[in-house]
Design a protein around this ligand. Structure first.
Ligand code: ADP
Length: 206
């Protein structure tokens, strides 16, 4: 199936269980139950260009959360394992990445920004936001990024077929997954306000 292609791409490089199953096994090995945290963790996902970074950074500021841009963290900390010629991107070292993220997320209060979501343990997140954009809007945003034609087409296809929304629904409880449109600045501001309010009112499960 199509995959969001960005500067970073997760590749199930080795033989063995698929990514989602490894995430589940990892979850079980770590106890499975939701860790007690006093503030929620929010995942903001979606096709490259839908507005994750802009929205997540604004949300972090408004709701006093820590902002974690996974692609940037991987780049800064060298959490990669080679170069994928076909997709013109680095291959993530998923195990190291997840270990580092676990430490950052354990106490809660983090907004995570990434163009995939099936690799993360389900228990990490209290809310999963899938941002969406209309085809013409996204096309314009990605064109200004100077992507190759192939990469542009792959990302457009990913949005048109709602790949990330489906991935989120397959990976997380349905009631914590929410799709929000992000075509205009007004929509972005409304999204930040809505999620910010939700964060403020969130109470840890007893
Ligand atoms: P992503 O992190 O999903 O790749 P970005 O946050 O980098 O997306 O946004 C891509 C581009 O679109 C940026 O130039 C940003 O300013 C713009 N943008 C993002 N969200 C919106 C929005 N809701 N309305 C208008 N422009 C937006």
């Amino acid at each position: 199936r199509a995959r969001a292609l960005c500067a970073w791409r997760v590749v199930p490089a080795r033989a063995g269980p698929p990514v989602w199953l490894r995430a589940r096994l990892r979850q079980r090995a770590m106890g499975g139950a939701a860790a007690p945290r006093s503030r929620p963790n929010v995942l903001v996902t979606g096709t490259p260009g839908v507005g994750k970074s802009t929205t997540a950074a604004a949300l972090a500021e408004q709701a006093a959360l820590e902002y974690l841009n996974v692609g940037q963290m991987a780049k800064e900390e060298g959490l990669h394992d080679g170069w994928d010629e076909e997709y013109e991107c680095h291959v993530l070292d998923e195990d190291r990445l997840l270990d580092e993220m676990e430490e950052r997320l354990v106490d809660g209060g983090v907004v995570v920004d990434y163009h995939s979501c099936e690799l993360f343990p389900e228990r990490w997140f209290d809310l999963v936001i899938v941002l969406t954009a209309e085809t013409n809007v996204l096309h314009e945003r990605l064109t200004s990024r100077n992507y190759s034609a192939k990469k542009l087409a792959a990302n457009m296809e990913c949005e048109i077929f709602r790949v990330l929304l489906e991935e989120a629904r397959e990976s997380y409880r349905e009631d914590i997954v929410q799709a929000l449109p992000s075509n205009t600045v007004e929509e972005m501001e409304a999204n930040v306000a809505t999620i910010g309010k939700w964060v403020e009112e969130w109470k840890p499960a007893r």
